[in-house]
Structures are given as C-alpha cells and as structure tokens.
Design a protein. Sequence first.
Length: 100
Amino acid sequence: MAQSEARGHMDIQDQRETFHGFLMATVWVGGLLAQAIALLTLAFAIGLGWWTGLAVVVILGVALGLVFRLSGVFWAVQVALWVILALGGIIMPALNSMMG
C-alpha cells in the first residue's frame, strides 16, 4: 500500500532540466551545422560568393534565435560568428590579391 500512495508524486524537475539542456544543445549544434553547410555550399559549391553565404548565415541565425527564443548567449555567439566571418571575407581576398 505504501507504494500506491507514492505514485504520481515523484519530483522530476532534475530530469526536466536535463532534457531541456539536451534539447537546447541539439538546437545549437543543429543550427550551427546548418549555417556552416549553407555558407560552404553557397560560397564554394554553387559559387554565389562569400557575402551571399554570410547573408544566409545571418538569416538562419536570426530565424533560429527567434523561433526557439534562445538566450542572450546564443545571440552573443551569433554576433561573434558574423563578425569573424565578415572579417574573413575582407581579409582573405586582400591576402589573396597580395599573393598573386
């Protein structure tokens, strides 16, 4: 009889937080992979250029952040990623023109 009274009263807050963390990590990794694949496909495989690929990366990042209502850390990582990719888009062609 003691077990029947305990049924339905288990605290699952730790499991809920762990699963939420797993889902958020999955969203982050999936989103970053989609951005990388989009950038590399547009810039190199299709040949539309780095800036077109970067624009799609920004659009995907904003959409992902808004749809899943992600935290400020996600937005900080996205802005840092966009800045690094934009600097790469400026610096690499300049280095390439100096080399040949």
